[in-house]
Each structure stands twice: as C-alpha cells, then as structure tokens.
Design a protein around this ligand. Structure first.
Ligand code: ADP
Ligand code: TRP
Length: 351
C-alpha cells in the first residue's frame, strides 16, 4: 500500500510582538489545522522583519516568542517543520536569482511598496525586494499551497509570476504563452504554488467592539497573565442596561468573544440567560473569563516553560532548519544547474 502524497503547505509569520485573540482565532488556529491534511511547514520570517525592526533585543525575543506561541498553541514539531528563516541560507541565494528575472515594474505594483511610498517612508531596498524574498521562501521548497490572508494574496501572485519568469528564462518554458494551470508539474522547473485563502473566520472584536487590532490598542494578548486577563475582560464595553433588563446576546461584545471558546450548547445556555433578564454584564464577563482561562491557562504554562528554556526552543528550530534545508538543497541544485552556476551548494562552499 502506498501512502498518499499530501500537499505541502508553507507559511511565514513575522516576529512582531505578542499575538492577541484576533491573531490566534483568525490566523494561528486555522493555520495549525492545516497540518491535519497537509505536510505543513512554518517559519519565523525574521529576515522580513528586518526591513523595519531596529531593536536587536526585540528581534531575538519576538522570534523565540512566535516559535513558543506556535508550539504552545499545539504545533507538533515532529510532524510539522518549524524553523527560523535566517537559518536556511538557500532562500537568500534563490532570492538573488529570482531578483535577476524580476522587473522593477512588477515590484512597483506591490501594495507594500506603494504603502511605504504613500507614507513617505524612506523606502529601503529590503522593503522593495520584500516580495522577491517571499517568493524565494515559497519556491525553495516546492510548496503546493500557501495559506494567506487577503493582504498577502498579491505577494503570492507575484511569487507565481516570478516562478514563470524564471521557468521561461532558464527552464525552457514557452514565453508569452498562458500557463496551463491543469498541466502536471514537470518535476524540474520551479513549482507554482496556489493560494489557500483562509476561509473568512469571523472578525474578532476588540474591547471597544471595533476589530481587535494592535493598532487600535483594544486587544487581549493570548498569554496575558490571569490578572491582566481579568482587567481586560472587565474593560469590555457593553451597553447601559441594568441587571434586571433582558439583554440581546447578538449585539454584545462579551458574548461574541464567549463564542470563540464554546460549543453551540454552551452558547445557547448563556444566550437564554441574557434574554431572561436578572443576568448582568458582570456575570457574562465572569463566564467569559472562566472559559478563556480554561483555554489559555495550560497553553500559557507551556509558553512560559518554553520561554524559560531557550535551549529547548533552539533545539526544535535547529532540527526544523535541518529538515527545511534538506528540502531546499535539491531545489537549489536544479536551479544552479539551470542558470549555469557551479554545482556545489553556495551555502556550503568553504574554500
Ligand atoms: P493587527 O491588526 O493586530 O496588526 P495583523 O494585521 O498583524 O494584526 O494580523 C495578523 C493576522 O491575524 C492576519 O492573518 C489577520 O487576518 C489576523 N487577524 C488580526 N486581527 C484579527 C481580528 N480582529 N479578527 C480575525 N483575524 C484577525
Ligand atoms: N509577508 C508575510 C506577512 O507579512 C510573511 C511571509 C514571509 C510569508 N514569507 C512568507 C507568508 C511566505 C507566506 C509565505 O505576513
């Protein structure tokens, strides 16, 4: 009996600060679920973060923090490859080669570049070539699917374009023709990945009812201490109904957050209490606190253990880098051969 080949999914997460409930339910949880039916790969995009981060302590702390978060949230490092982008130099080499077939015109159209220009930020070359490095991240591992939020879709399309430019320039593909998406991959050229748009999980509201976001300062960190958690939950904005008044669960922020942690039955039970009256928002907040703590409490303990033991984290990331490099090496060998570079892997050439 042959084991069925599972598609390879790959995604990168920039290490920028502690994730909040919106990131967790909107991104981390759905991403981890992918490992059920994919060979899933995740990396910490530290090189991408360097286009803006200028604080080395924050860089180190947040890189390990994201790794610890993914592990505490349930990533199984035996099954899923987890590594730090900067530990796999093959990606940088591929990035250069892709840059040599990518026009400035394409890069000018990137939202990330347009944003940087609009804000009149000093546009560094790293920001400009951000989509090229991202394409290399993806193409270096023959990835089949890339789970992305809508904001990253354009970058993924650019990665597909860059694969095509490369395949036309060096792999004998026909120029100007449309790519037949149904044709099987030839096993040699750069594999064009498909986007897996994360099914639109409901937007998680913040303390004030707007979308939870770092930029609105209305968020709850997933590993907030019990004291911080209580303070945040008690600060969730509700309307002015009195304890006795019947209440509408469907317009209540507390209820919307409660739904993230609970079954339909639990939700129906709490909804009935809302509608019956004599049940205050304070009571609802206590119910939310209880389910949130039950969910995040054990994960917080695991997160803190990992953060207190960087050697264990480093060992997991190093093993991930080793496995990732084993996948990237044959891709780089094909590519080096195709462009006419010497066969030895650049990253291992040590004259
Ligand atoms: P922030 O708005 O806090 O800066 P990001 O834009 O960095 O968050 O989002 C990172 C990921 O988390 C994205 O994939 C995004 O879809 C998801 N996400 C962020 N906020 C929410 C939210 N309130 N509800 C659902 N998903 C969210
Ligand atoms: N650009 C992505 C973001 O800002 C992170 C990222 C880097 C990525 N390389 C990637 C995502 C490769 C998917 C695949 O969120």
């Amino acid at each position: 009996m042959t084991t069925p080949v599972r598609p390879r999914s790959l995604s990168g997460i920039k290490p920028t600060g502690q994730p909040h409930w919106g990131n967790y339910f909107g991104m981390i949880q759905p991403a981890l679920k992918l490992a059920d039916d994919h060979d899933a790969m995740y990396f910490i995009a530290d090189l991408h973060a360097l286009t803006s981060v200028r604080d080395r302590e924050a860089m180190r702390r947040d890189s390990l923090g994201i790794a610890a978060t993914m592990l505490a949230a349930g990533l199984d490092p035996q099954q899923t490859i987890l590594w730090r982008q900067s530990d796999v130099p093959e990606v940088l080499e591929l990035s250069w080669l892709l840059g040599c077939v990518t026009s400035l015109g394409l890069l000018e159209r990137a939202h990330s570049v347009k944003d940087a220009r609009a804000k009149q930020k000093d546009l560094n070359l790293g920001t400009y070539s951000y989509p090229v490095l991202m394409a290399a991240d993806i193409l270096a591992f023959d990835s089949d699917v890339v789970p992305v939020g809508k904001d990253q879709l354009q970058h993924l399309e650019m990665a597909r374009d860059m694969a095509t430019y490369f395949n036309v320039a060096f792999m004998g593909h026909k120029a100007g023709g449309t790519v037949d998406e149904r044709a099987p991959w030839d096993g040699h050229s750069l594999k064009r990945p498909t986007a897996l748009i994360q099914e639109q999980t409901a937007i998680v509201p913040g303390l004030d009812g707007q979308k939870m976001s770092k930029s609105y300062d209305n968020y709850i960190s997933i590993f907030a201490t019990p004291k911080e958690l209580k303070k945040a939950v008690m600060a969730i904005v509700t309307d002015a109904k009195t304890l006795e008044d019947p209440k509408d669960p469907d317009t209540c922020n507390v209820f919307a957050l409660y739904k993230l942690f609970t079954t339909k039955d639990q939700q129906a039970e709490l909804a009935a209490k809302y509608r019956a009256g004599n049940f205050g928002y304070g009571h609802a907040k206590l119910a939310l606190l209880e389910v949130a703590e039950a969910h995040f409490g054990p994960r917080r303990v695991r997160y803190q253990e990992l953060m207190a033991n960087p050697a264990e984290l480093e060992a997991i990331l190093t093993d991930g880098a080793r496995r990732a490099r084993n996948l990237a090496r044959p891709v780089l060998a094909r590519v080096r051969e195709a462009v006419g570079l010497p066969a030895h892997p650049y990253a291992e050439f040590n004259p």
